[in-house]
Write a protein that binds this ligand. Structure first.
Ligand SMILES: [Zn+2]
Length: 422
């Protein structure tokens, strides 16, 4: 790729020395080396050998044949359902194993023989409530519970919901349910685009498909490669929604997008942890492990499969991996980036990118949170394996869904502009 001319149009980026940026690019890219999957040491290593998980008892709970709750669907998490008094019921939510991150996912259906208003306590014996309940009558269309019908109790450890129930199942979930079937359907629909190839790249521990999307126009050889990851952590649906909008933006038929797909190759892995998602896990895969701590020795099937696929793909087509984006969710929107001493192949791309997103969204300032590599997470792997830039793209649990989409579209466009004008 021609790198002699570097232009960043239309934005004020005078805080950087463009000439130095360009020279550095050219110098580094000239030094392509052969690709081989390596293992890595980190200051805070994590034992990612499989650990036991407990499975939920999948069943319908019946209280006096009048009030019912169940967890018999993918993504469900309901460990017990009991009656407290005439109108109040208790839902117990437990993790797949411990220790575990405080991301207590729940999802269940509730109904009654007669229409009535019930109170439901969400009870967390091992942690505290986090996610605002989302309600649905069909498992597909969701909206957050009305704040009038929702309060924190027990010093914010648990939550109390007021629900109108009837003889039709009401879905109550920590986040919109996005199961492995949804991810697969979305991926197949995306793959109707002529520049997208749908690939089943392997299987999870419990033999669910690991899906990849391979995006480019023309010949894949020698294109630089961008990798997009999502859903290592099952409840992180807001990050997954951002990933979907980000990818959809790349596939639009405008000049920018077409040029980008002609010049770059993009590998998308929409759902890295299908077992954890379908089992309603809080954090881990079916091996009981946080997959985003397994990017040093690849002991879990899902990570082993994906890193091998990325490395082999890049090797076969002489692609240089320059950027890895990993979509997650946390309390609020932010970007976990590299600390300033880490200079990737495309340094200082991140600073330009954050600046461009900032300029394009007047009421939003990107929260850039650089931090050093201490644990074996995907962000570090891209840097250590390929000297690629990488960011963890974090979306708040309750960030308005229309803003998630808008910001992802803007972020995708600004990324494409910056990379294409290099
Ligand atoms: Zn995460």
């Amino acid at each position: 790729m021609a790198l002699a001319v570097l232009k960043f149009k239309g934005k004020n980026r005078n805080q950087f020395n463009l000439l130095a940026f360009s020279t550095l690019f050219s110098f580094l890219i000239a030094g392509c080396s052969s690709i081989k999957l390596k293992t890595f040491e980190y200051p805070d290593p994590v034992d990612t050998n499989s650990r036991e998980i407990s499975y939920q008892d999948k069943k319908t709970y019946s209280i006096n044949d009048a009030v019912f709750a169940d967890n018999q669907f993918d993504g469900a998490r309901l460990n017990d359902f009991t009656q407290v008094n005439d109108s109040t019921f208790q839902v117990t939510i437990l993790p797949e194993n411990e220790p575990i991150n405080k991301s207590p996912h729940y999802a269940f259906r509730i109904w009654s023989s007669q229409p009535q208003t019930l109170y439901v306590q969400l009870n967390y014996p091992t942690t505290k409530h986090r996610y605002v309940p989302k309600l649905s009558t069909d498992g597909e269309h969701w909206k957050p519970i009305d704040s009038m019908n929702y309060q924190l109790i027990d010093s914010a450890k648990n939550a109390l919901l007021r629900l109108n129930v009837e003889n039709k199942k009401l879905w109550v979930s920590a986040q919109e349910l996005k199961t492995s079937v949804e991810a697969s359907n979305w991926s197949k629909q995306i793959a109707n685009h002529k520049d997208v190839r749908f690939k089943t790249i392997g299987k999870s521990k419990l033999k669910r498909d690991l899906v990849g999307l391979d995006i480019y126009n023309g010949n894949p050889e020698n294109k630089e490669l961008i990798v997009i990851l999502s859903r290592q952590h099952p409840p992180e649906v807001s990050g997954y929604l951002a990933m979907q909008s980000f990818v959809e933006e790349i596939l639009k038929e405008n000049r920018l997008q077409k040029d980008f797909r002609t010049n770059y190759r993009i590998l998308v892995f929409p759902l890295l942890n299908p077992d954890g998602v379908d089992l309603g896990h809080w954090r881990h895969n079916a091996g009981g492990i946080d997959l985003n701590r397994d990017w040093a020795y690849y002991r879990q099937e899902e990570i082993k499969t994906i890193v091998n696929f990325i490395v082999n793909t890049a090797k076969a087509s002489k692609n240089k991996v320059i950027l890895g984006l990993d979509f997650h969710s946390t309390q609020e929107d932010l970007y976990y980036s590299f600390s300033d001493d880490m200079h990737s192949e495309i340094y200082p791309f991140k600073d330009y990118w954050m600046g461009a997103i900032d300029d394009a969204l007047p009421n939003y300032t990107p929260d850039d949170q650089p931090f050093p590599l201490s644990q074996p997470i995907s962000k570090g792997w891209f840097f250590k394996q390929f000297n690629a830039e990488s960011l963890t793209y974090e979306i708040g649990d309750e960030t308005p869904r229309d803003f998630i989409k808008l910001k992802a579209q803007v972020a995708a466009r600004e990324m494409m502009k910056l990379l294409i004008l290099r």
